[in-house]
Design a protein around this ligand. Sequence first.
Ligand code: ATP
Length: 135
Amino acid sequence: MAENIFLEVVTPSKAVVSEEAQIVVAPGSEGEFGVLKGHTTFLTSLKLGSLRYKDSSGQERVVFVSGGFAEVLPNKVTVLAESAERRKDIDVDRAKRAKDRAEKRLSSGSADIDFVRAEAALRRAIHRLSIKGVA
Ligand code: ATP
């Protein structure tokens, strides 16, 4: 079997993942890409989505990423994300509250609303909920 690759996912406030992975699949801005040990070096931006990997025991893990950058080296993947959480750390109630807030802002029609920001918050909340299996 192929050797593992080292995966790090960090945000400005925390280290979210730092462990070996058998395979990493990430939401690149040009499309999802998979990385095994020995992959060619490249750098890409990421879009909001799910980063998936198999840990060293073969267990599939899912991590929310809000976007950011990934650096792929032959033996390491480093993801720098604005925000990221492991599936188990996603707080469903918090994401529901964030979704409600964003929806209210977007439907308020107020001139003071920053629509781009509210829409981005809504997309983050919806994706967090979808990772948790909440529609
Ligand atoms: P909120 O309005 O609830 O803060 P948000 O989408 O604006 O949501 P982010 O800016 O993406 O939040 O993240 C801020 C910090 O809070 C990050 O550290 C992120 O990991 C964490 N975070 C945000 N929402 C959740 C959640 N539902 N469950 C767990 N952690 C969360």
